[in-house]
Design a protein around this ligand. Structure first.
Ligand SMILES: [Zn+2]
Length: 365
């Protein structure tokens, strides 16, 4: 079973539709919940996010490999579609030592040496039953502003994709690289379009949100979306603050993944339609209002007050802190899903620009 995509409505460059996989379908635009090792340790389970409206989860290829995962759906108790990241970015952030060669990536974790090449990354994803696969890509820092380095990320990603594709392209994404250079991005978009016309099913934008300004992120997304094959699903890797979702859907992105939704919640940062709440701030110690009035997440439905949740984060009992973080994570996940529901409805009736203006006017007040 491959990745199917039907665009149902358009509003400017934005699209809403349905992606189908071997484990069911999902409505787009959407955002995944990233089941990183940190999130799995927190106690949140994929079965918890289904009732919050999530239709797609993401797993780390590197973590799946290191933890000896056998079947991603069975091991995580999730029957829906699963997207896997390429492992490249995780290696950069987790590895004690890392080196990329023409053949692949060598890295060391806890004193143990590992080697990932393009074929092995897909082998791992196929063996655990991933529905939407990201190949090994070459991620570089954007802070260098080095055209040479951006071009290397394009050519190395192209080379590795060619090797990965030899094992088959079903369920596979092409990842566009190129940093903040339009020249490098254009070359990578051309590579992607060649593969998409040859039957590759979907495309992702990578190497983004690694230190650029928001405007640079939006410009890169627009530049790529304006030039990509029109009828295939487009994923944006690692971007997903509320305003980013609106800005990038407007430019033509269909799916997102981002660790911020749950990571920020664990640090007491709560997203609401009225703006960000930093629950650790003193003012919330006296705030008896519900976390977000009108929200239908389990935390808000239970009528938990901001003051009580703030106390929960500061409790001396570890179990209480953990439970409170779970409550905040559930709220933030429900928040991004409610936002996406609003975005999809707005696209359906051709009112995304109005929806965005109204949302931002209150959210950024
Ligand atoms: Zn809520």
């Amino acid at each position: 079973m491959s990745i199917g995509f039907e665009i149902k409505n358009r509003d400017g460059k934005a699209r809403s539709g349905v992606i189908t996989t071997g484990h069911g379908s999902m409505r787009t635009p959407l955002i995944t919940v990233n089941f990183t090792p940190a999130l799995l340790r927190s106690g949140l389970k994929p079965s918890d996010v289904k009732e919050l409206g999530s239709e797609l989860i993401l797993v780390n290829t590197l973590h799946a490999y290191l933890s000896g995962m056998r079947d991603v759906h069975e091991d995580l108790g999730w029957e829906g579609p699963v997207l896997a990241d390429s492992g490249g970015f995780q290696m950069i952030s987790l590895a004690d030592k890392m080196g990329a060669t023409a053949e692949g990536v060598e890295f060391e974790i806890n004193g143990e040496a590992h080697f990932f090449d393009p074929k092995k990354v897909l082998e791992i994803q196929r063996s655990i039953g991933v529905d939407m696969m990201m190949p090994l890509d070459y991620v570089v820092s954007v802070r260098t502003h080095s055209l040479a380095l951006f071009l290397t990320s394009v050519t190395q990603t192209r080379l590795w994709f060619g090797q990965a594709a030899l094992t088959g392209t079903e369920n596979l994404y092409y990842i566009v690289q190129g940093g903040t250079s339009s020249v490098a991005r254009w070359l990578s978009v051309k590579d992607a379009n060649r593969w998409l016309r040859a039957g590759v099913e979907a495309v992702a934008l990578g190497g983004i949100s690694l230190g650029e300004t928001k405007q640079e992120i939006y410009d890169t997304v627009k530049f790529c979306c304006d030039r990509l094959v029109e009828d295939r699903p487009r994923h944006l890797l690692g971007v997903g603050d509320p305003e980013d979702l609106l800005e990038c859907v407007e430019r033509g992105i269909d799916t997102f993944d981002c660790v911020s939704t749950t990571r920020l919640a664990r640090h007491g940062r709560v997203w609401t339609f009225g703006g960000v709440l930093r629950l650790r701030q003193e003012q919330f110690g006296r705030d008896q209002s519900v976390l977000e009035p009108g929200c239908d997440c389990p935390t808000c439905r239970a009528g938990e007050s901001r003051a009580a949740l703030r106390e929960g984060l500061r409790d001396v009992n570890e179990a209480v802190v953990r439970e409170t973080k779970l409550k905040l994570m559930k709220h933030n996940i429900r928040f991004v899903n409610r936002l996406m529901e609003g975005i999809r409805q707005a696209i359906e009736v051709g009112e995304l620009a109005k929806f965005k203006a109204e949302f931002l006017a209150i959210y950024k007040r």
